[in-house]
Write a protein that binds this ligand. Structure first.
Ligand code: ADP
Ligand code: MG
Length: 726
């Protein structure tokens, strides 16, 4: 086929004026019935490599593709270019008998050029018989990495393709296509399909317009994400989370913070899913918060950022997912949040799998850790992973990552590494990272004592550094191959050959400092920052005044911890006040005004710069539960029935009710109190609470411990606060 004719066909069928990348070379080979293996990054235009030759050749091309939704999109697109909708069909379990019949007739008539088949449908006996009887042009296997266990999306059904084709058409030409394949995966694919002589086409994986960034994930991650999105207002973005629960949670948090976001995961019903996806594609919504279920085959060219709330399980997944940014060649910011705790969670999860899968999973994950922790050019790291060398000085996109733009500080850690490795050696490779750090620091736990390790010389030999330093060094030593985590004994560290050599002849070891404290943030994030004591005093005085005026005790106006939070966040507007711990809309409206004024004056008087941190509103994890409780109590249902209906203990129910009441919503539980306390008791308790300095239950118990149960006191307090305070 002449070049000119090919371009004409391209024009005729697809309306494109020229080929992209290696498309034309691939198509020429496919037309010659040559086996091909095509590796092109996402958006590279792989579909066309089999669609165009399929349209030009005699017979029907079989296309194997893993996702039904994906097939449907492609079929719709192809049908758009032809008069006869029979030109492309799908054959999978979603079709009924009549529809299947129609597909088969179109193929027999020779109308159908492309038939998309799910691998499990290919397996069916009646289909095998049918395919034997018709003219097939070639077999295309899209997302071919699904064949390999070493890929990021292994599908066992993909392994049956070769044996089945041996029955149907043993010498049919094969085109395998994928967007990600390490050398190992490439080998697997070629071997499994038996296409050793295939012509291999490989476009560079470099996406020069993508900017790669990894940030430490702390407890503030949601607010970090909100800040990032707000500073990129109006742009399209995807936020990936690992779990469905987190997806829903985060989508809601974004929504209440004024961001136009929708959730997407496989647990949503089909209608919602399609609707949310369409809204994102049509730009009615800016942000889609999703599990990895979202994105395959989604062709939105102007996604401006991809955020990973959780680190992916492999570099392949990471590359695929980040690859959805900037497909039009424009801006594409890839921001991943990383914490080693997340890695440990993934490790735990993987450790439940069968051994082979487990080992592979761990190895892939280890690469991901290495990527997150590296201080080298991230682009170079990724491309190296896919078997390409990248010139980090002059290559395309050379300065498009955080490490290159803002190099991390490093320090010489030759001596410390030697100390670490010696400790691992002299404890005969039997400890996990945590114990090794204990030993270095000279602290014990039961395991260390039972092995008598605390009696050894090396015990405490690293106490000139802190715990976090050693944790960081251990991780970096693993990444650099001096130590290895034993998979079988889950997490035990042992020396590699390289580690042994290092002890014998130490050389320079530059350690990256940036990560030393990356985990410390987690533990300190809960500690309150310095609370403004002077403001607290003023707030308390105000509270007392208001309490007196309303004839209620001060804690019924705002709880102590709410005042603390105000002195931390300096709210000056109603919606900011509502975001304060323990302050609901009701209370904010009832008592808030004067507090806001007071804080505003205080800020001005003292030239206070309010925290740059946005005040992130939370949705309240259990908003639906709360609603249920409020409604049930409204209907005067017995509390023990409500608890039972929700599978809660009375204690947990009380906790929930307290959160509701403390934030200013009334719960009228008199009907229940009247059941359990007689009038005299109620009067005693009322007198107590109205006079008390504090509403703490421990204090109340000191007075009433002989007469009332804790549960009764808590219940009465709820009634009291509902009536007096809210
Ligand atoms: P991949 O499967 O490699 O991720 P697709 O086949 O989905 O990529 O193609 C990505 C986008 O590129 C699609 O929007 C497609 O229409 C477009 N495209 C493919 N080939 C060409 C071409 N030769 N000229 C212009 N656009 C093309
Ligand atoms: Mg594709």
């Amino acid at each position: 086929m002449e070049e000119k004719n090919l371009v004409e066909s391209l024009q005729k069928y697809f309306g494109f004026s020229s080929f992209k990348g290696k498309q034309q070379q691939v198509i020429v080979e496919v037309l010659k019935d040559q086996n091909c293996f095509v590796i092109m990054p996402t958006g590279g235009g792989k579909s066309l490599c089999y669609q165009l030759p399929a349209l030009m050749k005699e017979g029907t091309a079989l296309v194997i593709s893993p996702l039904i939704a994906l097939m449907k999109n492609q079929v719709d697109a192809i049908r758009g270019i032809s008069e006869d909708s029979g030109i492309a069909h799908v054959l999978n379990s979603s079709l009924n008998k009549t529809e299947t019949q129609r597909v088969k007739e179109d193929i027999k008539k020779g109308v159908t050029k492309l038939l998309y088949v799910a691998p499990e449908s290919l397996n069916k006996k009646e289909n095998i018989e049918f395919f034997k009887s018709v003219k097939l042009s070639f077999l295309a296997i899209d997302e071919a990495h699904c064949i390999s266990e070493w890929g990021h999306d292994f599908r066992p059904d993909y392994r049956n393709i070769r044996p089945i084709m041996n029955q149907i058409a043993p010498s049919i030409p094969i085109v395998a296509l994928t967007a990600t394949a390490t050398e190992k995966v490439q080998e697997d694919i070629i071997k499994n399909l038996g296409i050793q002589g295939a012509t291999v086409f490989k476009d560079s994986f470099n996406r020069p317009n993508l900017y790669y960034e990894v940030r430490t994930k702390t407890k503030q991650v949601d607010s970090d994400i909100i800040k990032f999105i707000k500073s990129n207002e109006g742009k399209s973005g995807i936020v990936y989370c690992l779990s469905r629960k987190k997806v829903e949670n985060l989508a809601e948090t974004l929504q209440v913070n004024g961001i136009n976001a929708l959730p997407y995961h496989a647990g949503l019903d089909a209608k919602t899913r399609v609707n949310n996806q369409d809204q994102f594609l049509n730009e009615q919504c800016d942000i889609i918060v999703a599990t990895i279920a979202f994105g395959m085959g989604i062709d939105k060219p102007d996604v401006r950022f991809v955020i990973h709330h959780d680190i992916p399980k492999s570099i392949e997944s990471y590359y695929q997912e980040t690859g959805r940014a900037g497909r039009d060649g424009g801006e594409g910011h890839c921001l991943a949040f990383y914490s080693y705790k997340d890695i440990e969670k993934l490790e735990k999860f993987i450790s439940g799998k069968p051994v082979a899968e487990h080992e592979i999973g761990m190895a892939l994950l280890q690469e991901m850790v290495a990527y997150a922790e590296t201080s080298m050019s991230r682009r170079k790291f990724i491309l190296h992973y896919f078997g390409e060398t990248f010139d980090e000085k002059n290559g395309l996109g050379a300065d498009m990552d955080d490490n290159t733009r803002y190099p991390k500080e490093q320090r010489q850690a030759e001596e410390e590494l030697k100390t670490l490795l010696e400790v691992v050696k002299s404890t005969s490779n039997k400890y996990k990272a945590k114990e090794i750090v204990h030993i270095l620091m000279g602290t014990t736990n039961s395991q260390i004592i039972s092995h008598k390790t605390h009696e050894k010389d090396i015990f405490g030999c690293g106490n000139n550094q802190d715990k976090l330093f050693w944790m960081a060094l251990i991780r970096q030593a693993i990444v650099q191959g001096f130590l290895k985590k034993e998979i079988e004994s889950y997490g035990v560290l042992f020396l590699t050959k390289r580690g042994v050599e290092f002890i014998e002849a130490p050389t320079s070891f530059m350690m990256t400092l940036d990560h030393i404290h990356s985990d410390s943030v987690d533990s300190s994030a809960n500690m309150p920052a310095a609370v403004d004591q002077q403001l607290i005093k003023l707030l308390k005085a105000e509270r007392k005044k208001i309490a007196l005026k309303n004839g209620v005790p001060p804690y019924a106006v705002f709880q102590e911890y709410s005042l603390d939070d105000m002195a931390l966040k300096y709210p000056i507007a109603m919606d900011e006040l509502v975001a304060i711990n323990g302050v609901g809309e009701g209370k904010a409206r009832k008592y808030g005004q004067t507090f806001l004024k007071l804080i505003a004056n205080y800020i001005e008087e003292h030239n206070i710069i309010r925290p740059q941190d946005l005040i992130v509103k939370t949705t309240g994890e259990n908003s639906s539960l709360k609603l249920y409780l409020i409604q049930s109590i409204d209907r005067k249902l017995p509390l023990d029935d409500i608890a039972a209906a929700k599978g809660m203990t009375m204690n947990a129910l009380l906790d929930e009710m307290e959160t509701i009441v403390f934030s200013g919503t009334k719960l009228n539980i008199s009907y229940w109190i009247d059941e359990i306390l007689d009038d005299d008791d109620q009067e005693d308790l009322y007198d107590y609470f109205i006079e008390a300095e504090t509403d703490q239950i421990t204090t109340a118990l000191a007075t009433f411990g002989d007469t009332f149960e804790e549960e009764e006191l808590r219940l009465y307090r709820l009634k009291f606060l509902s009536e007096v305070a809210n």
